[in-house]
Design a protein around this ligand. Structure first.
Ligand code: TYM
Length: 334
């Protein structure tokens, strides 16, 4: 493959409640790139096969449509992007995952931080399902089949991006130059929005007490902000930094300046965290109302029509890449 086929590629698993962390980690950087370079055409997908790795597989199809609407409600112009669902190209993904699995060892898979985390939090190597161990290989398949150049993801996904690049290097060394490594998107610091409970964990819907879930009742989210951990006057910590990232994401320009002023005063030792939270709650309330009403206006038929088109493009990209991969590996007989 000589050129990248997709300039910006990212996706989410279809969970019932995506969080503001998902938006800031993956969608915001995508929209930021588009603001600077409107000629780029991103491709966003819903990783429904990936949700089979956990129990979230049960209500997958309803959630797929919901996540597609989330992308649009979050500000993605559907006319200027391609949207698809992973299972639309399940055949291609499955083949690519088989081929790429050849290039990783079982021990490498077991060392992956996301799997180790699952094993630490209750599961064991005996109970973890095989597909969960293959999660990063399937993710590499998603990325490589679309010939992706930049892949904006949150910090938790960085180890998976490293494995993807490692797989490309191994593949090219073994079978000749075929695949292109995705490049890191310069997002500054890796994005990791923390749980509002202040326990240091990542904001995630599996810990709903500390998560702003976009589809939740807005008052529930505002109460979580009210209880959120901040920092002592004069100090900055990761909890306050996360709140500030949320604040910047949901605020208008004028509110953004007000947040800057409050943080300056806070660092000078003034007691302004009450004002900071009040402003955050009012910005967040407006953001969530706007998000939810935009989402409510999007019909199922509309998104289904979009993914029909997007799916064709994704399939065509995937088949082209697969053909090159199979030729390189000597797996194409006709
Ligand atoms: P998922 O649904 O778990 O997460 C989707 C995206 O949200 C980011 N994210 C966060 N970022 C910052 N702070 C947080 N608290 C936070 N929580 C979630 C994740 O890093 C991710 O970018 N494995 C992917 C889905 C996927 C994928 C792919 C993505 C499958 N194949 C290929 C890109 C390219 C995931 O984590 O989904």
């Amino acid at each position: 493959m000589k050129n990248y086929k997709t300039s910006i590629f990212t996706g989410m698993r279809p969970t019932s409640g995506i969080t503001i962390g998902n938006l800031i980690g993956a969608i915001k950087p995508t929209l930021d790139v588009l603001e600077k370079e409107s000629s780029k055409r991103p491709m966003l997908f819903v990783a429904d096969l990936h949700s089979l790795t956990t129990n979230e597989g049960k209500d997958t199809q309803g959630n797929v449509i919901s996540v597609l609407k989330d992308y649009i409600a979050a500000g993605l112009d559907p006319e200027k992007a391609d949207l698809f669902v992973q299972s639309q190209i399940a055949d291609e993904i499955s083949k690519m995952t088989i081929y790429l699995s050849r290039l990783v060892t079982v021990s490498e898979l077991l060392r992956i931080p996301t799997l180790k985390e699952k094993i630490r939090s209750g599961q064991s190597e005996m109970t973890v399902n095989g597909l969960l161990a293959l999660y990063p290989v399937m993710m590499a398949s998603d990325i490589l089949l679309q010939g992706s150049e930049y892949v904006p993801v949150g910090k938790d996904q960085y180890p998976h991006m490293e494995i993807t690049c490692e797989i490309v290097r191994k593949f090219n060394k073994k079978y000749g130059d075929t695949l292109l490594e995705p490049k890191p998107l310069d997002q500054g610091e890796p994005v990791n929005i923390l749980s509002l409970t202040g326990d240091g964990s990542k904001m995630s819907k599996t810990n709903p007490n500390g998560a702003i879930i976009l589809s939740d009742d807005i008052d529930v989210s505002l109460k979580k902000v009210k209880r959120a951990k901040t920092a002592f006057a004069g100090e900055m910590n990761d909890d306050l930094d996360s709140l500030l990232q949320i604040a910047k994401y949901v605020s208008t320009e004028e509110e953004g300046r007000e947040f800057d002023r409050l943080i300056e005063e806070h660092m000078e030792g003034k007691q302004v965290m009450g004002d900071f939270k009040n402003l955050l709650m009012s910005s967040l309330e407006r953001f969530l109302k706007d998000f939810q009403s935009k989402k409510a206006e999007i019909s199922d038929d509309y998104v289904l029509e979009l993914v029909k088109k997007g799916g064709e493009k994704a399939r065509s990209n995937a088949r082209e890449v697969l053909e090159e991969v199979e030729k390189a590996m000597g797996m194409r007989f006709v």
